[in-house]
Ligand binder design. Structure first.
Ligand SMILES: [Fe+2]
Length: 386
């Protein structure tokens, strides 16, 4: 989505003959968004992408809704929900609504299965681990603390170099994940004032097509439902592709934060937008430089959003008892802010070392049974003076 990319061989015009050495045609697949009215890519397959031997429903569990939850402030240790599994079976759904779903996962094993999320764009934040994202579009190196932005409909595999300590935070968007429009100029280039630019964005590199006949298992996710398809040909059979739709990566360490004289709101730490929610991130930065500045945030009420934080690393300026892998949910209708002592402790500090990913949703979130299992029972009362 960031910009135009071309990999491998493509014909000199769209929708014309494009033949292999033996005279057979490559099969063009238009991969388009908003019908034919928004960004797209054209992919050139060795074989028709429609060759499916069979398809059937299959069950993959991610967690059930927790009924009768209270509207309050929550803190959870997402690690307590860990289970064994590969890059998509290991996901535990934590929060969700009609616009977005959030999962945490400890990935313990490799798989040769292919995966496609048909209804949702995915942002996979690689909290721990490194490896490779394999897709029709080629190979993309995966580094610790990468955001992988994977458009819906992409067939992919996520491979890690080792599986002893791999942890993911996955955000599923039921709308297109976008670079904020105000980060770009009228030509689409990222502005001088944007917190990241094209150099920070990594795109797939296409290797030789895999032209292999057999039975290849593709798990497709349609909302809550899964289907398994047996493909006759290996899906990574592209001779070339070009366009604007493809998976890409940006590392949270390449995000250049804004700093101000007095406390800047979280919206200054924006990284992605989507319909009805936004994603921000907190990264190491200098603190506010007014002589009387309070670097810790003020108490605030999100009157029209639920706020989720996933804690990645460092020392979190407004929270106590937080470790990497913890999450908080501060819901609309309930004020929240620094815990006792944190406001005073922040005064006079000049910088912070913290990494966290924030998801602000504009519709209320549902909680799953994983939250009940992983929550700190005393978090909502942790503002009471002891
Ligand atoms: Fe907040």
């Amino acid at each position: 989505m960031p910009f135009y990319v071309k990999q491998g061989q493509v014909p000199h015009k769209r929708h014309i003959t494009f033949a292999k050495d033996n005279g057979e045609l490559y099969r063009e697949e238009l991969f388009s968004t908003h019908g034919f009215s928004n960004i797209y890519s054209n992919k050139y397959h060795h074989n028709m992408p429609t060759k499916v031997l069979s398809v059937e429903a299959v069950n993959v569990e991610h967690g059930n809704k927790w009924q009768d939850t209270l509207i309050q402030n929550y803190k959870i240790d997402s690690r307590l929900a860990d289970k064994s599994g590969h890059f998509f079976s290991s996901r535990n759904q934590i929060f969700y609504n009609n616009d977005v779903a959030m999962y945490t996962a400890k990935v313990t094993e490799d798989t040769d299965l292919f995966y496609r999320n048909a209804y949702s764009d995915e942002i996979v934040f690689v909290h721990q681990g490194q490896g490779t994202l394999l897709s029709e579009y080629g190979k993309l190196d995966v580094r610790q603390w990468d955001y992988l932005v994977i458009p819906r409909g992409t067939t992919y595999q996520l491979k890690f170099d080792q599986y002893d300590d791999v942890r993911l935070f996955v955000i599923e968007a039921n709308s297109m994940v976008e670079i904020p429009k105000h980060f770009r100029n009228e030509y689409g280039q990222l502005l001088e004032s944007a917190p990241y630019c094209e150099r920070d964005i990594r795109t797939p590199e296409l290797a030789d097509a895999i032209v292999e006949k057999g039975q290849f298992q593709l798990y497709s996710k349609y909302g809550e439902r899964y289907q398994i398809s047996q493909l006759e040909w290996h899906p990574f059979d592209l001779a070339g592709w070009d366009g604007f739709v493809y998976p890409w990566a940006i590392n949270i360490q390449d995000y250049a934060p804004k700093v101000g004289q007095i406390h800047l709101p979280p919206s200054e730490h924006l990284i992605f937008t989507a319909h009805n929610f936004v994603i921000c991130n907190f990264v190491p930065r200098l603190y506010d430089f007014h002589p009387q500045a309070i670097p810790a945030p003020y108490y605030h009420s999100n009157i029209d959003s639920d706020e989720v934080l996933y804690y990645v690393d460092g020392d979190f300026m407004s929270r106590t008892g937080i470790e990497a892998g913890y999450m908080t949910l501060h819901q609309k209708g309930v004020p929240h802010g620094p815990q006792p002592g944190k406001t005073e402790a922040s005064i006079g500090k000049t910088e912070t070392y913290e990494y966290a990913v924030m998801v602000d949703t504009f519709a209320p979130l549902h909680l799953t049974e994983h939250v009940r299992q992983c929550m700190s029972k005393d978090y909502n009362s942790s503002w009471l003076e002891k």
